[in-house]
Design a protein around this ligand. Structure first.
Ligand code: NAD
Length: 328
């Protein structure tokens, strides 16, 4: 594998929010000859990849990765890199319906790893999450933090999936780069706090229901930064590792849910919005399994020579403006 250029890349979940931006970035920077997106369009949209359809470099395969099928397996033959984004990213769903997360996040990752093994794929990038840390006692939280005690089923299956990637890297030589994302925001996002606030305020501009007590404080990274970090690591770290490596991908700062609400209200040009806080637990979480404080230590990522262009505040404001179509 050449560091600067890839022959064939697969993006699972490439019609989703982050995956489609990875696709745009690889194409925009001419980093791959052929890119195959495999997606069942459960939460993703064909609109997110529309500009690539019918291009020589692009293949779209509509398939459900929960079901092993020779047609999608065949794409993995001798592929340089698999960027595995397919998942159900809704942490809240995992509380009420753990089966969905077990299947969409763990079974799917197992099937993708099996496809890598059988197709002799060289490397895998796995989209993991800050939720593997649970309620971390060290903040900012470094990659080597222990013990890893996720408090949501989503976090638990992400951690289990990380271990599958690690084992496949050691046993079958599929190099694994595990990226633990903070909250990723930006255009095309279909879920999360900003989308939720905008939708609610469009329905009722005078009242905003806020899940939790509003003091939940987390780190947010714009998807442009998330994608640039992911590809940066994929191109630089994978050639240097023999089995696997893990990187936090986030920001140096954090922002409260109440501050996000204030930015959304201001950018929507509203005033006199009545905030109604709905804490789901005695300590003010938005739902059971919601991590209240999340800030990742990104010094390992920065030591490789990458840093975010936008902090959490700038990323939130830009995302709100992009979702409101005030900015592109
Ligand atoms: P998304 O829902 O926009 O994208 C996921 C994509 O996977 C969608 O296009 C969906 O249709 C596809 N998919 C789901 N199940 C599938 C299946 N069984 N077969 C084929 N395709 C399937 O989510 P996202 O926010 O872009 O997240 C991408 C990855 O990053 C996920 O693994 C998510 O867990 C992880 N992650 C996201 C965030 C975030 O803040 N967005 C934070 C941490 C980790």
């Amino acid at each position: 594998m050449n560091v600067q250029h890839l022959n064939r890349v697969i993006i699972t979940g490439g019609a989703g929010f982050i995956g489609s931006h990875v696709l745009d970035y690889l194409v925009g920077n001419a980093l791959a000859d052929e890119i195959i997106v495999i997606d069942n369009l459960s939460s993703g949209s064909i609109d997110n990849v529309a500009e690539h359809i019918n291009k020589k470099y692009f293949i779209f395969e509509k398939a459900d990765l929960k079901l092993i099928n020779e047609q999608w397996f065949a794409h993995f033959k001798d592929v340089d890199m698999v960027i595995h984004m397919a998942a159900n990213p809704e942490v809240r769903v995992s509380v009420t319906n753990p089966y969905i997360h077990f299947n969409e996040n763990l079974v799917v990752t197992f099937n993708v790893l099996e496809a890598c093994r059988r197709g002799d794929a060289k490397a895998l990038v796995f989209a993991s999450s800050s939720t593997v840390y649970g309620d971390a006692r060290i903040i900012p939280t470094p990659e080597n933090y222990q013990p890893l005690e996720p408090i949501s089923v989503y976090g638990a299956v992400k951690l289990a999936a990380e271990y599958l990637c690690i084992t496949y890297s050691k046993l079958y030589g599929i190099k694994s780069l595990i990226v633990r994302y903070a909250n990723i925001i930006g255009p095309r996002s279909s879920h999360g706090v900003i989308v939720d606030f905008i939708n609610k305020l469009r329905q009722n501009p005078s009242v905003l229901e806020i899940l939790g007590d509003g003091t939940q404080k987390k780190s947010y990274l714009h998807v442009y930064d998330a994608v640039s970090a992911t590809v940066f690591l994929a191109l630089r770290v994978i050639p240097t590792i023999t089995d696997y490596d893990i990187y936090n991908v986030g920001n140096d700062d954090w922002i409260t849910v109440k501050e996000i609400a204030d930015i959304v209200v201001e950018e929507m040009g509203l005033s006199k919005v009545n905030y109604v806080f709905r804490p789901a637990t005695a300590d003010g979480r938005g739902w059971p399994g919601d991590v209240k404080l999340m800030l990742l230590d990104i010094s390992k990522l920065k030591s490789r020579g990458w840093k975010p262009l936008m902090n959490s505040y700038t990323a939130v404001r830009k995302t709100v403006r992009q979702l409101l179509k005030k900015e592109i």
